[in-house]
Design a binder for this molecule. Structure first.
Ligand code: AMP
Length: 299
């Protein structure tokens, strides 16, 4: 089974209480693809500029990720500048330079067309919709977004939400999208906008799934050292969706286990800057964390 992901492939300049990093490899599609690659085949659609070098691409291809759909354009790659100095659970955006993404026309390579799973990672909802339209036969569509798009591109985003089987967003985004300040009301408000299921991420406090049944809460892994929260959400999504794609059928049990794998991948992502920690992990370490998370949360 293969997941096609469209989203930002970027360079991030980051500041956290642990320090600063300039222009490290990042982007929603990058973090998602790396996390999902431990579970299933991943294919990326996106665009990069002339500053994206073979060593950056190798971070993806070393994990078996298919980069045929990453287009090269004249100019600079997407660049995001963010800070977690005030709040480790909520990124403060200092600058968003879309650069080559501003004029991007996504084209799906022929070899990607048989992908069964589609992930619309964080990027302009117009681009998400275009990719969705080119993949009419996928088995499942999941997606993400953020305050940047909710605030200024709401109408376009609302069209994408109607297409989603699962939407993954954080507490602040759920409140912003729904206009509700209470968590449960916000979740119901967002589900009324279209997504069949909603996963709300609570940073260090875990994540809650709202489906047609009862809500389900997966804890976050208690960690000693949180160095850089960037990519936690995308890594959660990669673990969650990668695990689902690796299973023969989506049962409620598989959905719940997928939430735990999401938590595990999110916990790994934050232990070092950028993609460093996920690049260094193994499936064995992932499964050990999964067991640990299960033990600490079972009656
Ligand atoms: P998260 O997993 O939610 O921490 O997402 C982190 C990634 O989102 C970073 O690597 C950024 O490059 C990327 N990002 C930040 N702002 C945007 C945006 N407006 N659109 C798309 N990607 C973004």
């Amino acid at each position: 089974m293969a997941i096609l992901v469209v989203g930002s492939v970027a360079f991030d300049s980051l500041e956290t209480p642990s320090g600063k990093r300039e222009r490290v490899l990042g982007g929603a599609a990058t973090h998602f693809a790396l996390a999902a690659s431990f579970f299933t085949k991943v294919r990326v659609v996106g665009v990069v500029g002339e500053d994206f070098l073979p060593q950056h691409e190798a971070v993806l291809t070393n994990k078996g990720i298919d980069t045929t759909g990453i287009e090269r354009a004249p100019g600079k790659s997407f660049h995001w500048t963010g800070s977690y100095v005030k709040d480790m659970n909520a990124a403060e955006t200092l600058a968003t330079d879309l650069n080559v993404f501003a004029a991007f026309e996504p084209k799906i390579p022929e070899s990607y067309l048989d992908s069964e799973y589609l992930f619309l990672a964080n990027i302009d909802p117009v681009l998400q919709a275009r990719v969705r339209a080119q993949m009419p036969d996928v088995k499942m569509v999941a997606g993400d977004t953020m305050n940047y798009w909710i605030a200024a591109h709401r109408e376009n985003l609302l069209k994408v939400l109607k297409e989603l089987d699962v939407l993954l967003i954080n507490d602040g985004e759920a409140k912003m999208l729904s206009g509700e300040s209470n968590g449960l009301r916000a979740a119901n408000g967002v589900r009324a906008l279209g997504p069949k299921a909603l996963i709300v991420k609570h940073g260090e406090y875990g994540a809650t799934a709202y489906t047609s049944g009862r809500p389900f809460r997966a804890p976050a892994m208690p960690l000693h050292d949180v160095v850089d929260p960037t990519g936690a959400g995308d890594s959660f999504a990669g673990g969650f969706y990668g695990y689902i794609a690796s299973q023969p059928e989506l049962t409620p049990e598989v959905f719940r286990r997928a939430m735990f794998y999401g938590s595990v991948m999110g916990s790994l992502a934050v232990e070092k800057f950028g993609t460093e920690r996920i690049q260094a992990t193994t499936r064995k370490e992932i499964d050990e964390r999964f067991e640990h998370l299960r033990e600490i949360s079972h009656l």
